[in-house]
Each structure stands twice: as C-alpha cells, then as structure tokens.
Design a protein around this ligand. Structure first.
Ligand code: COA
Ligand code: AMP
Length: 644
C-alpha cells in the first residue's frame, strides 16, 4: 500500500520532511537520534520482528536522566534554571538550576537504591505539582527504575488498582495537594489504597507539606526531607544506570473501555528521540528558552512536556501549581508567561474556555509583557473554533491545535511551526507528524476518501515514542489496538481528513469521554453505579458541557422493591463515584428513570440518549424495544433543565 500522499501545496518544509519519514524511516529516525546522548549509539533504527509491531532502536543504550540533566550540566548549563515552580495556591515560587536538580536527583536516587529500588523495579508516585515529583521521576530514570505517576484527583480505589498492577517496591507521595477550594490530604488515600491492594510496597517516602502534616506508618513510611538529608550528609549519590533503548521508562495508566485502566508502557530511546524532534520542529523552541505546559504531571501531556521534553532539550520548564482561573484571576497564565519569559505555552481548550468565560474581552492580557511568547498549543480534547479564534484575537499569536493520546506520548497530528507554520484551519488538528501514516477507515477497514468520516487509524509501525505494549498484557495491547484493523493501530477516535491532508478529530468510537481534558471511562463509572445496592441497571453518557467539553451523566433504574426517595439515592450515587473514582470524574448528575432505552437485542441506546441530552436532532431507532423509554430519558433531562 502506498504512503498517504501529501499535497505539494503546503508551505514550509513539512511536506518534504513528512514524506521522508515514511519513505525511509531508518534514515529519518537515525538522523533524529543524534539529538540524544547514547551510551551505545543505535546502529539501526527499527527491528520489525520484535514486539507487537516492531521496536525502535533495538541495539542502543542510554539513560533518560543523563539526557535530561547530567549532559546539560556537563555542557555548561548548570547555572540555568531547569525548573521554575510557580505555585499561586501556596503563594510560593522556586527556581532550581540544572546543577541543583542533578544534586537532588542523584541524592534521591541513592535513597531509592538504599530502599532496594534497582533497574526495572517500579515506583509509584502520588504527588501534586511540586518539584520533588520531578526529582522523584528523574531519580527513577537515573536508576533505570520504572515510574508510574498517579494523578492526584483520583481516589484511593483507583490508586489501589494501579499499585496492584504496577507492584511498586516504593511509593513516593506527598502529604497533600492544594486545590484552590481545599487542601486534599493524600496520605489517608494512600494508606487506604495500600490497605485495599494485595500488593504492598516495601516503603513509602512521604513529602510533608506545611499545609497538612501526614502521620507515618512505622516500619513502612519515611519522612522524605529527613531521609534525603541523611543521605546528603553521608555523601550518598547514585550515578546514571545505562538501560536498553527498549527498556521501559514509565508506565502511565489511562482509562480503558473497562473499569480496569490500561498501563501504557513508554520505552526510553524512541521516546527521547521523538520528544527531541518535537521540541525543535513542532514547538519551535530552542535550548535555553522557557516552556510552560499547564497540564499536570499525572497526565501524558505532563510527562512529555512538563517533565521530559523541555529538559531533554535544555529548556527551562515551568511547573505551575494553580488553575487558569481563580488563582487569583483569569490573567494567571499571562502573568506566568510574562514573569518567566515563556516562549511556548501548551494548555487544554477547557482552560481557554474558563479564561474566556471570566475575561471575554481578553483585558487581562494587557499589562503583561509577552514579548518572548510566540505560540500557544492546545491539546487534550477538541479545540472549539470559537475559543481558538478568541485566543488568536486576544494574544495575537498563532494558536495551534494538536492531537494526541496517552498511548502515543507525543502528537499524532499538529502544525509543525519549526518547519514553517502551515495555515491554521479552525476545528482541525492539522497534519500528521513524521512517522504517523494516518488513515480514515470504514468499519470494514477500507480507506475512506477526503471529508468522509470514519475511524482514524495509523498504519503500523507506530513511530518512536508510542507505546510498545501495555504493562503485563501483550494480549490486551493486541486486542485493544491492533486487531480491529489488521496492519493498523486503532486510535478509537473518529474523524476525517480533508483534501489537504488535515485531520479533524470528532470524538471517540468507544465509551471514553473527555471531561475538562481528562480522559474518563463511562464503563468505569457504570461499574460504580451498578455496585449500589438499590441500582438494578444503569448507563453513563457524556453530555455536552460549555466549560468542560463533556460532563458525565448517569441514568439508573432502581430495583423493583426499592421504596427510598430517589433523590436521596441520586445523591449517594454522586458521592459514590467521587469516593471510588475521585473528584476528577466530575460526576454530578445521576438521574433515576423507570427503564433504559434498549434495542430489541438488549443494547442500551447510549448514542440516542446523548443526542437528546445534547439538543441534537435524533430519530427513533428502528430496532428500539420500547419507544417510551427514550421519552422518559428526555423528560428526566428536561426536569433538570437539560436537553430538548
Ligand atoms: N488533586 C485533587 N483534586 C483535584 C486535582 C488534583 N490534582 N485536580 C482536580 N481536582 C478536583 C478539583 O478540585 C475538582 O473538585 P470539586 O469537584 O470538589 O470542585 C474536581 O477534581 C474536578 O476538577 P476539574 O475538572 O479540574 O474542574 P475545576 O472546576 O476544578 O476546574 C478548569 C475547571 C477548567 C479550571 C480545570 O478543569 C482545568 O484547568 N482544566 C484544564 C485541564 C488540563 O490541563 N488537562 C490536561 C490535559 S492536556
Ligand atoms: P489522553 O489519552 O488523556 O491524552 O486522551 C486522548 C484523547 O483525547 C484522544 O483519543 C482524543 O479523543 C482526545 N484528544 C486529544 N487531543 C485532541 C485534539 N487536539 N482534538 C480532538 N480530540 C483530542
């Protein structure tokens, strides 16, 4: 099959670079690999016979921490800020140079080593946006250990599932996270998670934050600061351990179509090569510049563009512990960009919508010196054209939407500003990045022509940086991504490509919803609702939300004998999802209905329910079992002021 043709009309170097990446991936990626320091340089880029679809840089060896920190210190960047922690929620700011970071990481790595962590061992991190979280991640990378960061907005149960699956030797955690409205005590959640998990870590290192002191479990927990201080006093430091390029750097759990999250594995060499390529060519930033990715280290965007890419590229990364609005106002991002001389800002469309809502005329930008700020990048969910246009007008800078997934680790499509910016088309996430042979397929796997909607798939192999497998489950890897369309990776995103090759992502083909840029499984929420003793059956759908893009809405049918007040049960269900999955699920709406609309074969008509809730035209499915059930859905939504 031939490579996707790239229309020659596109300006800049993109078309040529992209075509080269598909025509001769060996040459392309070996050239890109020169941006990385290798202990053993790759003699070839790809082994098609290894892994589920081949492996990148099969004979090369390196260390990720060396690439992110030590080599820059050796090259004279020791005095440059590596991390700027800007924390409006705690009223603190801290600059950490590359040399200081190296010292902190080497010391913590020695502590981890003393706790028995070595190459290939897992370490779970449950930490907020504090520098110690990055120190922890790099300390793992230094030892060749595999870190797995769990987002702070997840509840104990979700943390337990991840601890169980990753079986870490050590957990690194903070006593608390600080949300604008409250201090979130992490330690009780960690204790409950370890209690619930069959796997027990040997040790936990607890960073005590002044906002909330945690009690420590004797024999298992250690105070982070005291332990590190003791190691420092003893002159303990650990050096970088060389690993194979194909060795895992981290596991990052993401919502799958069942309640059980998928442990996306990231390998080391291909990831660093892809990130280094992207910093220069996609984001157009130079070493020494300041990069501000306003995500969270618990998400893939945070792993790649708060932690690894900026430092691998010799930039300064801004670690922002705050929100786009309310900390203290809708000018927060512009204040950070101005104060730290940010060249590139990367955030989620939800954040822009939140800012636009509070500052519709963009007045808060005035007064901030944004002279070093060049480009705004958006990802995580569909960038609605209104918000993009608003940001363009307000900032007078290019606003670039780009599309990616936890699985890919970096953008599948985007506008590679470093190669010469392509025209922006509002609503589209632009063109495929090198190595991504993006096709739109029909249900039978046949390629569709321009502007026809289908499932977006990527012809194998995936480029460097993308997942080689799922942790402990090669079979699930194949089943989830590689079997629907043989020879392709199934993105589970639906969309179109236009005649210029631009990709527009329109939504998921599975039960994943995107709430404020956070990926959540409705199946997971249904499992929680179904566990309530009064619930007979249930369905959760994502309904349109002006701020968060989508918000979950649960419909439940109560068991016949239940005589309690439905409103009380609905409140319990909202609380149950928050307790089991966490506040990040933003599950606020549970509606009791007499029955669920189903086809005659018993399939719940979630798609039609969503159309009703989203005020979209809908038709009565011919296969419906009982038409009245859909009317009842409409009525229950209308009673809450939703839908038509
Ligand atoms: N630890 C603990 N709780 C957290 C948390 C964390 N790290 N992050 C979020 N939460 C909580 C919030 O406090 C909130 O709790 P509440 O129900 O008690 O209010 C809940 O989880 C939902 O959070 P969120 O979806 O962030 O909503 P919000 O109303 O607090 O903020 C926005 C709205 C738009 C400001 C916020 O969603 C945002 O900044 N979105 C951008 C997201 C993003 O960058 N995603 C990365 C993808 S690239
Ligand atoms: P996550 O794995 O959390 O990064 O979420 C990945 C999913 O978010 C994708 O499969 C898409 O559904 C959605 N997504 C991410 N970026 C974009 C984008 N730029 N446009 C549309 N959807 C996006």
């Amino acid at each position: 099959m031939s490579a996707t043709p790239v229309p020659p009309a596109l300006p800049g170097r993109y078309a040529e670079v992209y075509a080269d990446s598909l025509a001769d991936p060996e040459t392309f990626w070996l050239a890109a690999a020169r941006a990385v320091d290798w202990e053993t340089a790759p003699s070839r880029a790809f082994d098609a016979e290894a892994g589920s679809y081949g492996r990148w840089f099969p004979d090369a060896r390196l260390n990720a921490c060396h690439n992110a920190i030590d080599r820059h210190v050796a090259a004279g960047r020791g005095g440059q800020a590596a991390i700027i922690h800007d924390s409006p929620v705690t009223g603190t700011k801290r600059r950490i140079t590359y040399a200081e970071l190296q010292e902190e990481v080497a010391t913590l790595a020695a502590v981890l080593s003393d706790l028995g962590v070595g190459k290939g061992d897992r370490v779970v991190l449950y930490m907020p946006m504090v520098p110690e979280a990055l120190v922890g991640m790099f300390a793992c990378a230094r030892l060749g250990a595999v870190h797995s960061v769990v987002f702070g907005g997840f509840a104990a149960n979700e943390l337990a599932v991840r601890i169980e699956d990753a079986s870490p030797k050590v957990v690194l955690a903070a006593s608390c996270g600080v949300e604008p409205s409250r201090v979130v005590a992490y330690k009780p959640l960690l204790d409950a998670a370890i209690e619930a998990s069959e796997h027990k870590p040997d040790s936990c290192l607890i960073l005590q934050r002044p906002q909330c002191e945690a009690s420590l479990v004797a024999g298992r927990d250690r105070d982070w600061a005291e332990t590190v201080q003791a190691a420092r006093a003893a002159g303990r430091r650990a050096e970088c351990v060389t690993v194979a390029a194909t060795d895992p750097l981290y596991i990052l759990y993401t919502s799958g179509t069942t309640g059980k999250p998928k442990g996306v594995v990231r390998d080391t060499g291909g990831y660093l090569v892809a990130l280094a390529w992207s910093m220069a060519n996609l984001y157009d930033v130079a070493p020494g510049e300041v990069y501000f990715c306003a995500s969270d280290i618990g998400w893939v965007v945070g792993h790649s563009y708060i932690v690894y890419a900026p430092l691998v590229h010799g930039c300064t990364t801004v670690l922002y512990e705050g929100k786009p609005v309310g900390t203290p106002d809708a000018g927060a991002f512009w204040r950070v960009a101005s104060e730290h001389g940010v060249a590139c800002l990367f955030t989620a469309p939800t954040a822009l919508r939140a800012i636009k809502k509070e500052d519709p005329r963009g007045e808060r930008v005035a007064g901030y010196d944004l002279s070093r700020f060049r480009t705004l990048f958006l990802a995580g969910e569909r960038a609605d054209p209104d918000s993009v246009a608003w940001a363009e007008r307000t900032l007078e800078r290019p606003v670039i939407d780009h599309w990616w997934q936890t699985e890919t680790g970096w953008a599948i499509s985007g506008n590679p500003v470093g190669l010469g910016q392509l025209p922006v088309k509002h609503g589209s996430a632009c063109v495929p990045m090198p190595g991504y042979d993006v096709r739109v397929l029909d249900e039978g796997g046949r390629p569709l022509g321009p502007d026809i909607m289908g499932t977006i798939a990527i012809r194998l192999p995936l480029p460097p940086g993308c997942l080689p497998t799922l942790w402990g489950s090669e079979e699930r890897m194949r089943r989830s991504y590689l079997t629907t369309f043989p020879g392709y990776y199934d993105t589970s995103d639906a969309g179109i490509r236009d005649a210029d090759g631009y990709v527009t992502v329109l939504g998921r083909t599975d039960d994943i919803i995107n709430v404020a840029g956070h990926r959540l499984s409705t199946g997971g929420m249904e499992a929680v609702l179904a566990s309530h003793p009064d619930v007979a059956e249930c369905a959760v759908i994502g309904i349109r939300d002006a701020l968060k893009g989508e918000a979950p809405c649960g419909f439940v049918v109560l068991k016949a004998q239940v005589e309690r007040d439905p409103a009380e049960i609905e409140r319990e269900l909202v609380a149950l999802v928050r307790k089991r999955i966490g506040p990040v699920a933003a599950f606020k709406l549970a509606l009791t209905v007499p029955r669920l609309p189903k086809t005659r074969s018993g399939k719940i008509l979630r798609g039609t329910m969503k159309r009703i809730a989203d005020h979209e035209p809908w038709t009565m499915p011919p296969t419906i079992d009982d038409a009245g059930a859909l009317d009842e859905i409409g009525e229950s939504l209308r009673a809450r002021g939703i839908g038509t």
